[in-house]
Write a protein that binds this ligand. Structure first.
Ligand SMILES: [Zn+2]
Ligand SMILES: [Zn+2]
Length: 129
């Protein structure tokens, strides 16, 4: 089990998102991998699309993913809560991370489609003998 780096939910596998924390720039010039659950990935990608579509202006804040103090945007998380069901919470994510989330999202969706295609394809290639 791993925990999602945004909502903290424990899931079997998180979706890797590369971030570039400014404090670790020298130790990890290649970036640091964070892991997001599918729900958070979806929400962050939605924010990314909205920001691009509406030219939303950012606020000053601290990015929840890379820790940069920079311009950030709100991403609405849906955090599962045992007593209250789903709790909504806003976190701040910088544009750079949102863009990396979008890349991770595209990669993840493509892998899903490939996987479906593979399973599906397999059903049809039954050898006739
Ligand atoms: Zn999450
Ligand atoms: Zn960031």
């Amino acid at each position: 089990m791993t925990d999602c780096d945004l909502c903290g939910k424990g899931i079997p596998a998180v979706i890797p998102v590369r971030t570039y924390p400014p404090l670790l720039r020298f130790a990890y010039p290649e970036g640091v991998w964070k892991g997001l659950c599918e729900t958070c990935l979806d929400s962050a990608q939605k924010t990314y699309l909205e920001v691009n579509r509406n030219h939303t202006s950012c606020r000053r804040g601290k990015c929840s993913l890379c820790g940069s103090k920079t311009g950030v945007f709100s991403v609405e998380l849906q955090i599962p809560d045992f007593s209250k069901g789903i709790v909504r919470k806003d976190v701040d994510v910088c544009y750079r991370c949102l863009k990396l989330v979008d890349e991770a999202y595209v990669r993840f969706k493509k892998a899903q489609i490939d996987e479906e295609g593979r399973i599906h394809g397999h059903e049809h290639v039954h050898p006739h003998h």
